[in-house]
Design a binder for this molecule. Sequence first.
Ligand code: AMP
Ligand code: ZN
Length: 197
Amino acid sequence: MKRAGCASVATLPAKRPTGHWSQGLLQSMSDPSMIVMSDDRMVMIRDKYPKARHHYLVLPHTDISSLKALSVSHLPLLKHMLQVATDFVTELAVHKLAVRYGLHAQPSMARLHMHVVSQDFDSGCLKHKKHWNSFTTEFFIDAQSIISSLEEKGSVEVFDKATCDSLLKMPLRCHVCGEEQSNFPKLKAHTKQHNTK
Ligand code: AMP
Ligand code: ZN
């Protein structure tokens, strides 16, 4: 296991990243300043635009394109990615840190990636409804439920575009108490109260 500050990554990404923005994670996977840790199967990087106080992304070296491409053969890798992430969060030893580990139903960036995101959502990068709903509705799929689905059914249910769009347009709701908020500034102010408790 290599830690942040390592000069090199164990394995380079299978595909050479292009300059397109959607390939940005592949570039960050090879950027020592972005890498938190790596091993022969995965790399954990910082999210460049963190949506919470703690926000990381875990990517496999293997070029898995998306949820759709997942099969039972990926179970050991997915379990490893989740285990490394939970161990890392445990080591952070931040008192009562609530964290979720999961994937977006319809990601914007290339290569399958698991978000590791603390539930304070205390970040200036979290700017609008789409961001909020992508982390607090069913658009955010827990890694454990993906693993369970592969174990039980052999596949992962993939939402169609219309379902994803409607999830991202859902009313703004506090993820802690469920209270609906009429606009984004009110939601931000409301969730701040939970963070001080
Ligand atoms: P998704 O919607 O699941 O594809 O999320 C992509 C995540 O990647 C977002 O949380 C972005 O803030 C983050 N991101 C975008 N570009 C980069 C980059 N070059 N390096 C690291 N993280 C990035
Ligand atoms: Zn609330």
